[in-house]
Design a protein around this ligand. Sequence first.
Ligand code: HXC
Length: 511
Amino acid sequence: MDSYDKLSQLYEKRQQISLGGGEERIARQHEKGKLTARERIDYLLDQDTFVELNTHMRSRGSDDDPSPCEGVVTGYGKIDGRKVYLYAQDFTVNGGSLGEVHAQKICAVMDLAAKTGVPIVGLNDSGGARIQEGVSALDGYGKVFYRNAIYSGVIPQISVIMGPCAGGAVYSPALTDFVIMVEQTSQMFVTGPKVLKAITGEEISAEDLGGAAVHNKVSGSAHLKAPSEKEALDQVKVLIDYFPQNNRETPVESKSQGEKKDPAMIASIVPENPTRPYDVRNVIKEVVDNDTFFEIHPSFAKCIVVGFARMNGKVIGLVCNQPKCMAGGLDIDASDKASRFIRFCDAFNIPLVTLEDVTGFFPGVKQEHGGIIRHGAKLLYAFSEATVPKITVILRKAYGGAYVAMNSKAIGADLVFVWPNAEIAVMGPEGAASVIYAKEIQQSDDPETTKQKKIEEYRSRFATPYHAAGLGMVDDVITPEETRSSIIQALDMLEGKSEARPFKKHGNIPL
Ligand code: HXC
């Protein structure tokens, strides 16, 4: 073969490999409304930035094995100018199933991403462990899981589920920081519908068992969903914009520092009556830079709202009670959702801003028996553990254990601001008055009037911000209009904060 032939051979191989499992299977993929692995990469990355790695890797002793790329395309490129590593499973090749070499290729990009401090994105579309490879496939999964775990908190890891994701395969996405699913065409389950029917007799469709809706709303195993593959990949681009490249860097500041329109707007959103609901997302929108709030887990545990935003161009992580849902009470799922988000922000140097309006940890047998104690403890642990700048604004009420858990001074908040009509107390005035003035109310001639009098007495004595401010538990009482500027100044002053913790191998967060 002369050098011309060798070049022709290379081009031919490239052409053949680029077709994955062949035109027929590509057509089938398109018929399902799915893109191919390479089309997904093309859409996700900046034009002409993709560099493919290990293109010619194949299973040992498989010279004639027509498994282009071993069913996974791996490499690196850029998203809006930012470096990323990625892998995209190719369903047209053995159903994107994971064998030994497929796993080696994924591990190789994960190792490079960790060594160079660059985020990694996994585009999952796979029938799971490659059945023909038996235990080698399982071992391959193990190697991927190991890397997901040891690189957690080192580089951001994002998973997009773009097809089936069955069996133990779901545990790689589950170990990553964010999971995005495509509606109707992606599913995640440990045990699929057919096996489920055989084992438990339960009959359910794949979509109802593990589709995007169920994992976003019910199980919380996915953080985001999108109606199309392109929209799911757009969400990856948005996420990457908020992240630093790794745990030693801070997020890139935006140059366009959107000014707010009218600071007075914010006061009109929160009703004075502490029992009246409102949507905290309307407060968030007035506080952060225009159009920068990106909610995470919007369909799950709706009584807490978490997400990324920018303030004066700087990235923040928001953790906010949602009074329009269960009066803003904290339940098991809300505690889990917030804790995981807080830990991501802390790992990647993203300051935390808490907007608080909370009645307490949610009462009830279901919550108690479901483990609200250990789940709620996660929230206390996560805020206490976090060493990034931590700012709290109490908008209205802050009662009981939930007051402590929502980033109070006692568990390490750097700065706490409170609005003038806020109530900070062990419990709401109604409950408190009926306990501590029970005898007086009972023995009075007009118990109802006495009760109302005692509630007001309690409210003016204990349920005010000035009691807590007098004890140094809040730094300042601010007007709603001053909220945005106070947070921006606080973020500025807390920049470069450094806080040490006692030496330990690692903590033991309640799970
Ligand atoms: C090898 C596989 C495969 C697998 C699919 N294929 N799954 N090959 N190992 N696990 C191949 C098929 O043979 C077929 O090859 C092609 O991929 C497309 O599959 P279809 O069945 O035609 O596609 P579709 O109808 O869309 O169904 C997709 C599917 C189904 C739902 C994923 O293929 C399926 O149920 N596969 C098995 C899923 C599973 O049980 N996996 C093991 C999970 S256990 P051709 O040549 O015809 O194109 C597991 C353990 C991991 O993963 C543990 C880690 C610790």
